[in-house]
Write a protein that binds this ligand. Structure first.
Ligand SMILES: *[C@@H]1O[C@H](CO)[C@@H](O)[C@H](O)[C@H]1NC(C)=O
Ligand SMILES: *[C@@H]1O[C@H](CO)[C@@H](O)[C@H](O)[C@H]1NC(C)=O
Ligand SMILES: *[C@@H]1O[C@H](CO)[C@@H](O)[C@H](O)[C@H]1NC(C)=O
Ligand SMILES: *[C@@H]1O[C@H](CO)[C@@H](O)[C@H](O)[C@H]1NC(C)=O
Ligand SMILES: *[C@@H]1O[C@H](CO)[C@@H](O)[C@H](O)[C@H]1NC(C)=O
Ligand SMILES: *[C@@H]1O[C@H](CO)[C@@H](O)[C@H](O)[C@H]1NC(C)=O
Length: 808
């Protein structure tokens, strides 16, 4: 290190330049006026960068050069040298793309600025400084990712640095806050979309009011999330930051600057914080061996909590992929951007409203437009409120005003939205949503209901055709079965190897979708010998066939009455499919949270809890190769004919190349099941499953989703169920009060107490405090008696965040 500094100090001297050449010369940079005078991390006067030339920081951590993120437009940027997925941390000309790199140049100009000139030699970007000694100025790319401009190679003073002008990314050595001397703020601003680095609508910055917290801002004015004040230990609204020693941020104030600093990040694992095009702040790390960015933290957690994420007249569904869609009667304004993850353009009416149309006859003012009913939504908060005695009166108020585009009535108040509205969220049915009445042109309403009806008709027809097909294929296969060879060749144990064409046949070309999950879609199929099966088509696998077969063989050996049985697989080209037993009663969530389904009685719920625990205990403790499920939630607990639970999707994390970041990005809707260590990036152990199981236990008791109570409005937030249960248990209160009201108190109090105790122990913050899955089984069986569980700290944090919304 010392030698390096010394070399730098003397670098201007020609005598030593030969040494520098030996130590760090990049042969790809042999053009330019003085080819032998420069280290590979430096741009100096008379030497420019163009085409595919780059400079690389001394320790080879970062690289600077031209790049093109989409299909057109070239930019100068800095990215990680050793990360194979190009991850750009800084862009110079984010608003002024070049049409080609051919004769564009990045160089030091006569006046001492680093400038970027296009083909016609017109500067499109400049560092904009005034300097006294332009002739010896150098630009150096440091190992921190900072591009600095110095008066000379040895000079300690920086004339300009890229860290003062960040794009959308913060890296651990970057100052991110305010420079008190120049008054300059560092603001992270999202890219416009995944292929366009131009500034988007979302930014993250220190609060301008001097209160030492950070905020997410939409379009430079609307604050939609914040970290809360720095209280000397933590940012008040960032609880997870305190849950693990792995990620500690500090807020630092010096004479010159205020900024946040990661005290536990060290150089060996790249860490970055990005203001994503989704409007969420995302922290990810690049762990050794994963070969992918691992997303460990987002703020806000829910995509739909980002301000105007779907633009005007868009509706955000947390479970949708993509989350945004247009309201009925509307279409996307700019379709290309929607595909690139920028939905902010929103939607426009397909047919203009008649109301504002003066040309139509004045007499027919009464019923030109209609109102379409949109149920189960979370309403935008920026309504105009009028008192109204009835829904009819509210409707009249809206239809009498041509600028009114929607209304909602809550029993006493009429909520009216004029013109465009944003931030409408679709909730699942039974989630305490509200109903919006949307004004549409009469022609749209007709069309809408017509397509709706024809869809139902089409469904009915498809249904009967399907039933016929299934029946006939069973018969056909039964006949074929006798005279031809089996579908799927039997392999070791009972696992079969299927041809893709066979699976196409048995699923009738994948025509009956049973469900969609994080790893792919599931279709119904009929096997000649054993009836209905579920065929899972896996997505996003990058495993070779050999490794895939090996993993599948391991999973095939895992057999337990509480685990869904794997029957076979298919690996052909890039196609990967798994064939499972079909579970006639579907997944637990469809029984537990669906208001229309018959309510599961307590005996069944307890049986589901115990069976699931046994299945997991087997995975963790009795299998030859210990398997962590990583995604326990009601969707992955299937029920057979007699409501015996069977855990599905185990071993997926391993099968899908330990692709943890994909797991994380697809659980957006179910983040409530993730253990704290997931979110803070600690290594995952079987105790993460124990945590998720605890959350499922709470839901079996309450019959409601834990998260739904938080995401609702402020009063509901106060009763986050797991916390309520923890308090109740801790104070020795009446457990029957925790029970799903639909059961009317009809439950075995002893079992209920055991279930609540076990759940509370399962969701402890410290992994070591949580029981093992085997112990959970014994607690539920009544063999092991659990002591009084402490109240987990993290439950408190979840609730005590400002307005109570799930802003973690
Ligand atoms: C970089 O430029 C050289 C010389 O013009 C050329 O041979 C090489 O193919 C280029 N590399 C890439 C990756 O474009
Ligand atoms: C440099 O200054 C010019 C003129 O004042 C301005 O248009 C341009 O945006 C500035 N560039 C940067 C990178 O600040
Ligand atoms: C953002 O704000 C500017 C004015 O501050 C306004 O002109 C523009 O329309 C806004 N963008 C959106 C998408 O609303
Ligand atoms: C965070 O952790 C520190 C030390 O571990 C503790 O002193 C502090 O009180 C914690 N902050 C909160 C908000 O609990
Ligand atoms: C950096 O992190 C790695 C992995 O967490 C750890 O093993 C190493 O000791 C750390 N180094 C320093 C200097 O803190
Ligand atoms: C319709 O008439 C009203 C008043 O009669 C007027 O203010 C408005 O601008 C007219 N709208 C159009 C689209 O001509």
């Amino acid at each position: 290190m010392a030698a390096g500094l010394q070399l730098q100090r003397f670098a201007a001297g020609a005598a030593l330049s030969f040494l520098i050449l030996l130590l760090g010369f990049n042969p790809s940079l042999s053009s330019g006026a003085h080819p032998f005078f420069h280290a590979r991390d430096t741009i100096s006067v008379g030497r420019s960068l163009s085409g595919n030339q780059t400079i690389v920081s001394r320790g080879s951590k970062f690289e600077l050069g031209f790049f093109t993120p989409g299909n057109s437009g070239y930019y100068v940027g800095i990215w990680y040298k050793n990360i194979p997925v190009r991850s750009v941390i800084w862009v110079a000309n984010r608003e002024a793309p070049l049409s080609s790199t051919g004769s564009s140049e990045l160089k030091l100009s006569q006046d001492g600025n680093l400038i970027l000139v296009d083909i016609s030699k017109i500067p499109v970007w400049s560092t904009n400084i005034t300097s006294r000694k332009p002739s010896s100025i150098v630009a150096v790319l440091l190992d921190t990712g900072n591009l600095v401009l110095k008066a000379s190679h040895g000079s300690p003073n920086l004339l300009w640095q890229s860290f003062d002008h960040p794009t959308d990314t913060w890296t651990p050595d970057q100052f991110f806050g305010i420079n008190k001397i120049t008054g300059e703020y560092q603001v992270l601003t999202s890219w416009k979309n995944s292929q366009d680095p131009a500034p988007g609508l979302f930014s993250h910055r220190i609060k301008p009011d001097g209160s030492n917290g950070y905020i997410n801002v939409w379009n430079g004015s609307v604050v939609y999330d914040e970290t809360g004040k720095w209280n000397g230990h933590a940012f008040e609204l960032l609880p997870q930051m305190n849950l693990s020693s792995n990620f500690k941020f500090r807020f630092v104030e010096t004479r010159e600057r205020k900024y946040m600093k990661c005290t536990t990040c060290n150089g060996s694992t790249p860490v970055r914080m990005v203001m994503d095009v989704t409007g969420q702040m995302k922290i990810s790390i690049w762990p050794d061996g994963l070969q992918e960015w691992l997303l460990i933290w987002t703020k806000p957690i829910a995509q739909c909590d980002v301000y105007s994420i779907c633009g005007a007249f868009g509706v955000c569904d947390q479970k949708g992929l993509p989350p945004c869609s247009c309201l009925p009667g509307f279409e996307t304004r700019i379709s290309g951007d929607w595909d690139l993850g920028d939905w902010s353009g929103g939607c426009v009416r397909r047919s203009a409203l008649r109301c504002a149309d003066n040309s139509s006859s004045v007499g027919s003012r009464q019923a030109p437009d209609v109102f379409s009913v949109i149920p189960d939504v979370k309403l935008p908060t920026d309504s105009q409120n009028l008192p109204a005695a009835s829904a009819e009166e509210c409707k009249l108020a809206c239809s009498g005003d041509c600028s009114c585009s929607a209304f909602a009535y809550d029993g006493s108040t009429c909520l009216i939205w004029n013109g465009k509205f944003h931030n409408l969220q679709q909730l699942s049915s039974g989630a305490d949503g509200r109903t919006l009445h949307l004004r549409l042109a009469a022609s749209e309403q007709q069309e809408y209901s017509r397509t709706h009806k024809s869809k139902i008709l089409a469904l009915a027809i498809t249904g009967s055709i399907l039933a016929f097909l299934i029946l006939s294929s069973i018969t056909l296969f039964a006949i074929k079965w006798r005279c031809s060879s089996a579908v799927g060749e039997a392999l070791e144990g009972s696992l079969s190897h299927f041809k893709y064409s066979d699976l196409q046949k048995i699923t009738n070309k994948f025509s009956t979708l049973l469900g969609r999950g994080g790893f792919g879609s599931v279709f119904a199929g009929v096997l000649p010998d054993s009836g209905l099966v579920a065929v899972k088509r896996l997505q996003g696998l990058r495993q070779g066939e050999k490794q895939f077969r090996a993993e599948v063989m391991t999973l095939g050996k895992v057999q337990h009455s509480n685990l869904v049985r794997l029957r076979g697989f298919c690996a052909e080209g890039d196609k990967r499919l798994l064939v499972y037993d079909y579970m006639p009663r579907g997944s637990l969530d469809s029984h537990l949270f669906n208001g229309e389904a018959p309510c599961l009685d307590w005996r069944t719920r307890y049986q589901v809890a115990l069976g699931t625990a046994r299945g997991l205990a087997y995975l963790h403790e009795q299998c030859r190769e210990r398997i962590i499920h990583c995604d326990i939630k009601p969707e992955n607990i299937l029920l057979d004919d007699s409501y015996h639970p069977k855990v599905a999707d185990f071993g997926m994390a391993k099968l899908v190349s330990r692709d943890l970041s994909r797991v994380l990005t697809t659980v957006r809707g179910t983040i409530g099941y993730l253990a704290p260590e997931w979110i803070t990036g600690l290594p995952i152990t079987p105790k993460a499953d124990v945590y998720s199981f605890g959350m499922v236990l709470f839901e079996l008791v309450s019959g409601r989703r834990n998260t739904e109570m938080i995401i609702g409005d402020a009063e509901v937030a106060a009763v986050y169920f797991p916390l309520l249960a923890a308090l109740q248990i801790n104070e020795g209160g009446d457990v029957l009060r925790l029970l799903d009201r639909r059961l009317g108190g009809d439950a075995d109090v002893e079992e209920l107490t055991r279930a609540c105790m076990a759940a509370c122990w399962c969701v402890q913050d410290e992994e070591s405090c949580r029981p093992t899955m085997g112990e959970v089984v014994r607690i539920l069986e009544g063999v092991l008696v659990a002591g009084l569980p402490p109240i987990p700290r993290s439950l408190h944090y979840l609730v005590h965040s400002g307005d109570g919304s799930l802003s973690v």
